[in-house]
Design a protein around this ligand. Structure first.
Ligand code: DI6
Ligand code: FE
Length: 404
């Protein structure tokens, strides 16, 4: 097996065990064997055995090294765009007004259904490339703009194929319960039956890593969401939830009862909801792009989440309606400026905690035994990742041990 050693770098390992902010190790060395990290620590402590086995040395040129970034909540496979709706909102219409009038998610459903798999791939690829270009090495992609078996399948297959040739892994989440499609208007429970049939079919095709739902007054109730979670549970699939985005529906408590990997959005999360998440070990996925783009004024209860020790992740929510954003680095800045996260919390939110939100134990930190997914940045200090607006200081990505 190859043994590659990276030296001359400062490593933000995100390992709490180092006892330093960001798990910082100055003058670090990283040893890669195969697709994994075999050793991470101060260069001065690098065991001689690795030096003896070394097949390739890399000089990081003094770069800052972080784990590969993880965007744990996106809807980036979709057809069309919603620029017109953006204009309507600027004239005073609200996101909910537009959704109730048959626009919103429904208009993206129409465009997504009309697109062939090839067209959907072509339209979505630049979004994944933009994320990868900023050092993102794992991306979660949800379905939810097909809302019928063939189109949900097409979306998930396109999502799975999108990473081919890019230094990024895609995880797919079934979000059949994103909205009620027009052919089921006024018949939400009938559509729910459809969702309950789609799930095992898509799971049998190996296309589902997790199950999500939009629990909201304009979407699915907690009782309806529960049915979906029960179905997921019976298939052994983990769940996550779009919860308390526009109102407090008690979705977080429900999700917690199912041991949800994460609850996402959470602007209207109550203290009870946060306590339930803490008990269940669910991650709070914060989506500052949607908060910004919808001009929300109610902040997610960050202090309450901290108080309960709920891990916080940060993601783009890349989607055409509420967060047409393909920059996870911009989300770091927004998480700090809008939500008052510390830069250290923000970085943990796109690494360690984002991995946890996807149930992935093999990444999110720089540590022996974990995947060798890491990024070299032209920076001195990890706070600079959150500080800059619109910069891309990425020098190089290493994905599964391979320098790109
Ligand atoms: N909440 C959101 O912010 C996105 N989905 C969801 O459940 C928005 C999706 C869209 O407007 O297309
Ligand atoms: Fe979302």
């Amino acid at each position: 097996m190859n043994t590659e050693i990276w030296t001359n770098c400062r490593a933000a390992t995100l390992q709490p065990e180092w006892g330093e902010p960001y798990g910082l190790v100055d003058d670090a060395a990283l040893v890669v064997q195969g697709e994994a990290l075999a050793w991470v620590g101060p260069h001065a402590a690098l065991p001689q055995a690795y030096v003896d086995q070394c097949t390739q040395r890399h000089d990081a040129g003094g770069a800052l090294v972080t784990p590969g970034l993880i965007d744990c909540h996106t809807h980036l496979v979709y057809g069309g765009d919603r620029a017109h709706e953006f204009e309507l909102r600027l004239q005073g219409a609200s996101y909910e007004d537009i959704a109730r009038a048959g626009g919103g998610i429904a208009s993206t459903v129409k465009a997504t259904r009309e697109a062939s798999a090839r067209q959907l791939h072509t339209q979505s690829l630049p979004r994944l490339k933009a994320l990868a270009g900023e050092g993102v090495t794992t991306v979660e992609i949800k379905s939810g703009y097909g809302l019928a078996l063939a189109h949900e399948r097409k979306t998930l297959e396109v999502a799975r194929g999108l990473a081919n040739g890019l230094p990024v892994d895609v995880r797919t989440t079934f979000l059949g319960a994103h909205a009620v499609p027009p052919e089921f208007a006024g018949r939400t429970d009938d559509y729910l039956q459809e969702v309950l049939q789609m799930l095992p079919a898509l799971h049998a095709l190996g296309l589902v890593d997790a199950v999500d739902a939009f629990c909201e007054r304009i979407a699915f109730s907690t009782a309806q969401t529960q049915r979906i979670f029960e179905a997921a549970q019976s298939l052994g699939l983990p769940v996550k939830l779009h919860a308390e985005q526009l109102s407090d529906s008690g979705g977080a408590q429900l999700a917690a009862r199912f041991g949800a990997l994460s609850c996402d959005h959470l602007e209207w999360l109550s203290a009870d909801g946060a306590a339930a998440m803490a008990r269940a070990g669910s991650v709070a996925v914060l989506l500052p792009g949607a908060f910004y783009f919808l001009r929300e004024t109610r902040l997610p209860p960050i202090a309450v989440l901290r108080e309960h020790g709920v891990p916080m992740a940060v993601s783009t929510d890349c989607n055409p309606g509420s967060s047409p954003c393909t920059s996870l680095l911009l989300m770091l800045n927004m998480a700090c400026t809008l939500f008052r996260l510390t830069p250290e919390e923000a970085l943990a939110g796109v690494t360690r905690h984002a991995a946890q939100a996807l149930g992935l134990k093999d990444r999110g930190m720089l540590a022996a035994g974990l995947r060798a997914d890491f990024v070299l940045w032209d920076l001195n200090h990890p706070a600079q990742l959150s500080y800059a607006i619109g910069a891309n200081p990425r020098l190089q990505t290493v994905h599964k041990g391979q320098a790109v």
